[in-house]
Design a protein around this ligand. Structure first.
Ligand code: GDP
Ligand code: MN
Length: 385
């Protein structure tokens, strides 16, 4: 689960990690008053969306007067923010963060995530932080340090020293880094975060360390023990179909293609997507209706696929093991009859009662394309488009 920068910074504050003072504003709030309350003579207005690269996309503006702050917020709240992470269609911006400006001496990079290769948290840092970090990592990987934390021992002092050195810190800033790292590690563990990223982490002109940006991601499977984090969820930032599917307990992920897929079992779903690609098609989604898919869940899944306007054909691939094929066919036929079906539907049902299922589909008023095996189904759905 993702949260906004302003929410991540609030959590940082609670764990003693320094961040600039700021205030989140929607279209109904007065940005002028927020800036005035914060005081000073420089402010930063930042788009709050669940996507990075806002700076380059025009979603972060440094301003020097209350008028400018108001104008910047107005511009950002009325733009569709396009960044490297939003896709061409961009994102509507519903919230901005107004912050006191910080005089930057140096921009650093710091992140912490779960490394699957070492089964441990790893801290990644670089002296060359800021908006070009991806290029730094690709072109000069020697400027990036990875420090693996042994979870049973926790973060050791020699490791924080090594990190501070890689960040090029000196004097009292090294001590600040030590404190920040141990607080960050505590945050990471106590909130069941899967990723924390601070880019940039800055050394201010007065030599203090402060998190200028904050990105936090939480492990979905641990959310059951974090009501306070679940409460931060912003449905507006989630794909509406994915949110709807999650409520129905369906594993659904939107992809870029145009063939809607409905499959039972994650492995079979992956294989189906591979095969669609192999025969020249492109899946519009991953959808696992579950090993024991009922007629009702099949109908719901079918509706979610149809609600995606990019879908030009549908492939239903169900193996009847726990579930019986005839029940699935019934669900598919009913769902198809209840909606205004404008795209071809290819169905491959194999397993228990497959023969009865085929009869149900053939008797239906809908013109289903029935396929005998998976390869044929993939070929038929591609040519049906
Ligand atoms: P991102 O592009 O979505 O990662 O947004 P960031 O929060 O990282 O902001 C992008 C860039 O804006 C930073 O790398 C800074 O260079 C700049 N920036 C952000 N806040 C301030 C600030 O308070 N003062 C100044 N001078 N620059 C800032
Ligand atoms: Mn950033």
């Amino acid at each position: 689960m993702n949260v906004h920068e302003y929410q991540a910074k609030q959590i940082f504050r609670e764990f003693g990690i320094p961040v600039p003072n700021g205030k989140m504003c929607t279209r109904d709030d007065s940005v002028r008053e927020a800036a005035q309350e914060l005081g000073g003579d420089t402010w930063v207005v930042k788009a709050q969306v669940h996507a990075g690269g806002r700076g380059k996309g025009g979603g972060v503006r440094v301003v020097r007067s209350l008028e400018e702050a108001e104008k910047a917020a107005d511009d950002i709240l009325n733009m569709r923010l396009v960044t490297a992470q939003t896709g061409e269609e961009g994102r509507e911006v519903r919230k901005v963060l107004v912050e006191e400006g910080v005089a930057i001496q140096k921009e650093l990079y710091l992140s912490m995530l779960v490394d699957r290769a070492s089964n441990a948290p790893v801290i990644i840092c670089s002296e060359a932080g800021g908006m070009e970090i991806e290029e730094v990592a690709a072109e000069t990987p020697e400027k990036v340090l990875r420090e693996t934390v042994e979870p049973n021992l926790g973060l050791r002092t020699y490791q924080t020293r090594r990190i501070a050195q890689a960040l090029g810190l000196s004097g009292q800033t090294v001590r600040q880094a030590g404190k920040m790292l141990s607080n960050l590690y505590r945050l990471f563990q106590e909130t069941d975060a899967s990723m924390v990223e601070i880019n940039p982490l800055v050394v201010t002109e007065s030599g203090d360390l402060i998190a200028l940006d904050a990105k936090l991601q939480f492990e979905d499977n641990a959310l059951f023990r974090h009501d306070e984090i679940v409460a931060l969820r912003d449905i507006d930032e989630e794909d509406p179909l994915e949110a709807q599917a999650a409520e129905l307990n369906l594993s659904y992920i939107r992809l870029d293609g145009n063939i809607g897929c409905m499959v039972n079992g994650a492995g079979l779903a992956m294989a189906t997507m591979d095969l669609i690609q192999y025969v020249g098609g492109s899946p519009a989604n991953f959808l696992d209706v579950g090993g024991g898919a009922s007629a009702a869940s099949v109908e719901k899944a079918f509706r979610i696929i149809l609600a995606d306007p990019r879908v030009k054909a549908i492939l239903i691939n169900i193996f009847g093991g726990i579930v019986r094929c005839d029940r699935v066919a019934q669900g598919v036929a009913e769902a198809a009859g209840n909606v205004d079906l404008k795209v071809p539907v290819v169905v491959r049902l194999e397993g228990t009662n497959a023969e009865e299922a085929r009869e149900i589909l053939e008797a239906s008023t809908i013109d289903f394309v029935v396929a005998a095996n998976l390869r044929e189904a993939a070929e038929k759905v591609v040519s049906a488009m």
